[in-house]
Design a protein around this ligand. Sequence first.
Ligand SMILES: [Zn+2]
Ligand SMILES: [Zn+2]
Length: 228
Amino acid sequence: MSLKSYIFPEVCSLCKENKSFDESYICKSCLNELERTPENSCQLCSSPIDTFLKLCHQCIENPRPWQKGKAPLLLKGQSREIIHKFKYNSQIILSRYLVQAMVEKIHQTTIRELSCVTPVPMHWFKKMKRGFNQAELLAEGISKALDKPHLPLLKRKMQKSVQALKSRSQRKENISHIFEINEKQKVPEGTILLVDDVLTTGATLTACSKVLLENGAREIYVLTAARG
Ligand SMILES: [Zn+2]
Ligand SMILES: [Zn+2]
């Protein structure tokens, strides 16, 4: 394979078969199979809702510290596949489609003027092992598309234990104090777009939002590629 075809794939980057695709490097038939968040979805977490309320039960019971939470995809079927390949198989080319879909979601949402875009940080060791932080990659693309600065405002404190081994409540408890402000950065006073790949329980995004709000941010919008 030539270097050019490695950087600019000749087949759809999802099915690896179709040779016709758009600028996101995904073919029409794959695009059609992606599970998208419906129009009627929760304002804070993008969960599908079927009531006249603008919020889902989860967000009513556990208020979120952010103003709006948007995600173009649902973590199901082909959408799960695209996230998985991007995140765990290092198929970085897929970030092109994800960024495009996330930016489109922002354009459809009424929001205040953003002062910056910031990613959920990854532990340095994990980043070293994976070679990239998926949230950072998405945030960089979004920052370019929206023409807003990309500022790494947050960092992780030392990881005390392996998160995956803990129960859900322990994990939530543990995650609430693992982030801090990156001392090399100053938090802008305005509205911050906080970016991650997936919103599942929202514990990580809650912890990050709180740190940003405690350090001078006025409000937070959350943008993820998918809702888990
Ligand atoms: Zn395809
Ligand atoms: Zn919700």
